[in-house]
Design a protein around this ligand. Sequence first.
Ligand code: AMP
Ligand code: ZN
Length: 113
Amino acid sequence: MENCLFCKIAAGEIPSNKLYEDDQILAFHDIDPQAPVHFLVIPKQHVDSAACLEETDSALVGHIFAVIARLCKELGCEDGYRVVTNVGEDGGQSVKHLHFHVLAKRSLAWPPG
Ligand code: AMP
Ligand code: ZN
C-alpha cells in the first residue's frame, strides 16, 4: 500500500533492525523500545489491523505466533513475554499496518493503560 511505513519497511525501502524474515513476514526491533526486548512482527502483505483478519488468515497468524515463540526462545525470554496488537484509535494504533508488539525482559503491568 502506498505511503504505508510498514509496507516500505517490508519492501526494504526503509531500513529496519531485522530479527527474522521470510516470504510472508518480517520481525524487527521497535525504534522506540518500551522494554529491554521490544520487537514487531508484520505480515509483508498489507493488512490494516487485526480487525481485518478473516478465517483465511489463520495460517498466517499461526505462523506469526510460532515465529514469535521461536524468537523469544532465542532471545532468552524464558521468564515470559507479552504479545500485543493495537487496533484503531482507542486501541492506540499509530501505524495502520497490522503488527504484533512483543515485549519482554521486564515485569509488565496489568491492566495496560
Ligand atoms: P502502534 O502504536 O501499536 O501502531 O505501534 C507502532 C510502533 O511502531 C511503535 O511502537 C513505534 O515505536 C514503532 N515504529 C514506528 N516507526 C518505526 C520504524 N521506522 N522502525 C521500527 N519501529 C517503528
Ligand atoms: Zn502497509
